[in-house]
Write a protein that binds this ligand. Structure first.
Ligand code: SF4
Length: 215
C-alpha cells in the first residue's frame, strides 16, 4: 500500500523542509513537521466525510500538530462540525482537548506549512502522493469537502480527473467516481474578516453535506 502519511522529515519539497527547519530552531517546542490526518476515534472505516484544507497554519497546526488546531480557522471549523454531528467534546484549541471527530476525517492538500500560506504548484503536486492514498484509505467514504480552490483542484486531480471539467465554487458539488465533492471558501480569518465567507454560508455547506449523508 502507498504511504498515506509522510515521514516526519520528509524532504521532497526543499523549500518547505527548509522553512520547517528554520522554525524547529526558533520554536523547538512546536510540532514543526508534516501534520498527520486527524481521524475519528472509531477509525478509518467509520469515515464518510473527508475535509481537505490547504496546508497547516504556522501558529496553528504547525505549532500544535493537529489540523486546524490553534488558529481562527479551527474555531469556526470545529464549532460547525459539532453543530452538524461531525464532532463531539469541547474544542479547546489544543491537541489534548476532548474534541473527537465523528464519521469524519481532516487532512490538508499540502502537509507542511508553507511561507505566507502559499504553497507552489510544484509543492501541491508533490504532496498529492499523500493526498491520493489518504482518500483511497477510507473504504466507506461518500463525500469530500474541499476548503478553497487549491484543495478542490488537488482533490480533483487525486481522483484522476481534469480540473477544467469540475470547477470550484462556494456551495459547489460534483460527483466524481461515486464520491460527492463539495466546495466551500476556506474558513480562514481573512475570508471571514473580509465577508467573503460568513458563518451562515459555512453552516449552509455542512447542512447540505449532512442532508446528503443522511439520505
Ligand atoms: S509538503 Fe508533503 S511532499 Fe512536500 S515535504 Fe511536506 S510532506 Fe513532503
Amino acid at each position: 500500500m502507498t504511504a498515506f502519511e509522510p515521514p516526519r522529515d520528509c524532504e521532497q519539497c526543499p523549500r518547505l523542509h527548509g522553512f520547517i527547519s528554520t522554525w524547529r530552531a526558533k520554536e523547538p517546542a512546536w510540532f514543526n513537521a508534516p501534520v498527520p490526518t486527524l481521524l475519528p476515534e472509531a477509525g478509518a472505516e467509520s469515515v464518510r466525510l473527508l475535509i481537505v484544507g490547504l496546508a497547516p497554519g504556522l501558529r496553528g497546526a504547525n505549532r500544535t500538530g493537529r489540523p486546524f488546531t490553534g488558529d481562527y480557522a479551527g474555531d469556526l471549523l470545529y464549532a460547525t462540525l459539532g453543530a452538524y454531528g461531525f464532532a463531539d467534546g469541547t474544542y479547546q484549541a489544543r491537541p489534548d482537548d476532548d474534541l473527537r471527530l465523528v464519521g469524519a476525517a481532516i487532512t490538508n492538500a499540502v502537509r507542511c506549512v508553507p511561507p505566507e500560506n502559499k504553497p507552489t504548484g510544484g509543492e501541491i503536486a508533490t504532496c498529492r502522493q499523500f493526498l491520493t492514498p489518504t482518500i483511497e484509505r477510507f473504504c466507506n467514504l461518500a463525500a469530500i469537502l474541499a476548503l478553497g480552490t487549491i484543495a478542490h483542484q488537488s482533490v480533483v486531480r487525486a481522483l484522476g480527473e481534469r480540473v477544467a471539467a469540475f470547477k470550484f465554487g462556494h456551495g459547489s458539488r460534483h460527483d466524481i467516481g461515486g464520491i460527492a465533492l463539495f466546495g466551500s471558501y476556506h474558513c480562514s480569518r481573512y475570508n471571514t474578516n473580509t465577508g467573503r465567507l460568513t458563518e451562515e454560508m459555512f453552516a449552509d455547506v455542512f447542512s447540505e453535506i449532512r442532508r446528503f449523508l443522511d439520505n
